[in-house]
Design a protein around this ligand. Structure first.
Ligand code: SAM
Length: 268
């Protein structure tokens, strides 16, 4: 059978005894990066029988040979560089193929960054959505923020530390955000604040390490009219754009009617 094996997202101590046993015993270990997993095995004192790579660039071509081995009765383990395979990592395609072929798939569960981050957020809503990595282009991110706005619970994403500040400028400053950084590592950090406050806190800092962001548009307070007018003027001055463009941008970001905002500004 195919066994998905979760591995630590920072702290080696999170490698479970069951994971260690499976890493040692499976006939073949598929790794996102054999050198990276080789280091983990070395630190944990584990000798794997055989390692082969399975990453997003060879997932399709490797599939056939792995399926043959599984049909021949081999126990195949699958790990990614960190956390749970198949979660923003390769693996899902092979799992789906195994289901189609009637091959048993099992999992040794363990660390997963978005699950740990949500548990640390303190949110009591039972429902939340995980949206994977935030897209790289501003346009795609904007579409995703619209999706978050329409959703009643929290939305969790993985984001590069280098883009966090830019990302925070693209959402309503009043949205509540939880930034979870460096989970299970020495500099683990959880900050729960409005997007505007978080941006201020990070203004003169270089954000480093691995990050999860949790956005809660529904937890924001309704903006006052005065605040909206001020923001339009601020956007107009900062970006040297027309009043109309500033109104469009603010209405979209704050989730208010463009028409109402226009009326408010023009009539004074
Ligand atoms: N499969 C992994 C999991 O189960 O969470 C996710 C792999 S994905 C390629 C890597 C992203 O997960 C990072 O860019 C970061 O957003 C998040 N991540 C991984 N480890 C983390 C950690 N220790 N602290 C915070 N975020 C982490």
């Amino acid at each position: 059978m195919l066994i998905l094996i979760a591995t630590p997202i920072g702290n080696l101590g999170d490698l479970s005894p069951r994971a260690q046993e499976a890493l040692q015993q499976c006939d073949l270990l598929l790794c996102e990066d054999t050198r990276h997993t080789g280091q983990l095995l070395h630190l944990a004192g584990i000798k794997a029988k055989e390692k082969r790579s399975l990453h997003k660039f060879n997932e399709a071509e490797r599939e056939e040979e792995v399926i043959q081995l599984l049909h021949a009765g081999k126990a195949v383990g699958l790990v990614s560089d960190a956390g749970t395979p198949g979660i923003a990592d390769p693996g899902a395609r092979l799992v789906a193929r195994c289901h189609a072929e009637g091959i048993k798939v099992s999992i040794i569960p363990g660390p997963c960054a978005f699950v740990a981050a949500y548990a640390l957020s303190g949110y009591t809503d039972e429902a939340f959505q995980f949206l994977g990595f935030l897209p790289k282009t501003r346009n795609e991110r904007s579409k995703l923020f619209d999706k978050m706005r329409e959703y009643s619970g929290a939305s969790i994403v993985y984001e590069s530390p280098y883009r966090i500040k830019e990302t925070l400028t693209e959402v309503d400053p009043q949205w509540e955000v939880v930034m979870v950084r460096e989970l299970t590592k020495i500099h683990e950090q959880v900050v729960r604040a409005s997007a505007g406050e978080l941006l201020q806190q990070l203004a003169d800092k270089e954000v480093k390490g691995e990050c999860v962001l949790i956005f809660s548009p529904s937890k924001k307070e309704k903006p006052s009219l005065e605040e909206l007018v001020q923001q339009v003027h601020h956007v107009r001055e900062s970006f040297s754009c027309s009043v109309k463009e500033a109104i469009e941008a603010v209405a979209k970001a704050r989730g208010v009617s463009q028409k109402d905002l226009y009326r408010l500004i023009i009539r004074g």
